[in-house]
Design a protein around this ligand. Sequence first.
Ligand SMILES: *[C@@H]1O[C@H](CO)[C@@H](O)[C@H](O)[C@H]1NC(C)=O
Ligand SMILES: *[C@@H]1O[C@H](CO)[C@@H](O)[C@H](O)[C@H]1NC(C)=O
Ligand SMILES: *[C@@H]1O[C@H](CO)[C@@H](O)[C@H](O)[C@H]1NC(C)=O
Ligand SMILES: *[C@@H]1O[C@H](CO)[C@@H](O)[C@H](O)[C@H]1NC(C)=O
Length: 386
Amino acid sequence: MLFFLILTISSSVTESVTFEITHQWSYINFTWESSIVYAEAIKSRQYIPEHVAMTGIKFYRSRWYIALPKFRPGVPVTLAYISANESQTNPLLTPYPDWKSNTDPTCEGVKAVQSFEIDRNGVLWVLDGFRLTPATTCPTKLICYDLKTHRRIRSFTFPKTIGLRRGGFFNDIVVDDSGYVYITDASFIDPGLIVFSVRENRAWKFRDGSMFPQMRAANFVVDDMVFTQLGTINGIALTPRGRNPRMLLYCSLVGFSVFGISTEILKREDLLSSGDWRANVTYLGDKQAQGDGMAMDELGNLYYGLLPLYGVGKWKVLGGIPPEILYQNRSTMIWPDSFAFDNQGYTYVLADSIHKFADSNVRLVLNDKIQFRIFKFFTGTKSYLF
Ligand SMILES: *[C@@H]1O[C@H](CO)[C@@H](O)[C@H](O)[C@H]1NC(C)=O
Ligand SMILES: *[C@@H]1O[C@H](CO)[C@@H](O)[C@H](O)[C@H]1NC(C)=O
Ligand SMILES: *[C@@H]1O[C@H](CO)[C@@H](O)[C@H](O)[C@H]1NC(C)=O
Ligand SMILES: *[C@@H]1O[C@H](CO)[C@@H](O)[C@H](O)[C@H]1NC(C)=O
């Protein structure tokens, strides 16, 4: 009886977190250069409004930066932004850094982006590595923009042996300010964890069974659809600074388990010549459900989506405290995906219905039904970067 009472009290504390919608879209449209350009894009089907999806969001200096991968034809822009003060419903996106870079027919342009990170210095690290569809077969790239000057300051092209031009799926990225970035490649063909050394301007890839789907987690239901794809390594998070060595956390989309590996191991390409590094892969525990994106704050709290539970979880993974559910909403929290932090103590999550865009059997229609929502909730913390 007493035990039951304690449980009830602790779960009501959990439910006190308020989630508020800051922006939402039924479809995505842009600030076109002219009505002629817009009319031409509609006519040629270079722009099919109901096909455009957003998956990655990050906040920087009163702007939302947004990634628009190319699951379907008719997505004219892959990287964009809005001002945070824009209207709540269906604000128009502006291509970033500009239209030219987003429509450049050569492989120099920004081709297809699933996600990105913004570091402490205002550098935007763009993962141009969505290669699941025929939208592009250009090599996978890591492109950096300085958000203070809006100049491109780096472009690294991955070799085919790391990022497949057909079948690569660079999914998410974290930045380690000791000079490395870590990337999940959710490819169905060659999933793995990619390390990029800023100083050496080189990349290498770790591949392990923990980065594969867990069959016991397959075929879960979201919004009356069975998700049958066997998604691989996807969510990624990095423990906060000042706690050395830092640990890199990851999970498969189809899976419950969260795994960790020391960044001291990841920084050493030479360890790839034997399989001994795999002994460092640590099982940290199971989440309440399958999830897509995740993120860690400066205190080591992990936030993650709970896809079939229409919820958001919180877990101090290395703190010995069991995971909790912060919020659930069957009608609005459809596929919680990308997390972001501002510098006012708020954390954000984008719910993006991406399972509908990823399944080519689903016919998408242009109507008023909301497909994308950015939620805001108070945590009082900043991201792992700070
Ligand atoms: C898209 O935005 C343009 C303005 O940039 C507007 O003229 C056009 O009607 C919009 N299209 C849709 C489908 O909302
Ligand atoms: C939003 O803020 C920008 C400056 O940051 C300003 O130029 C713009 O007019 C504002 N828009 C609205 C709708 O208030
Ligand atoms: C992983 O490697 C780090 C750094 O070398 C080490 O501190 C840690 O004990 C290792 N963990 C396991 C489980 O091997
Ligand atoms: C879920 O969201 C809807 C729409 O915003 C709202 O009316 C409802 O109260 C929410 N439910 C919960 C449990 O928060």
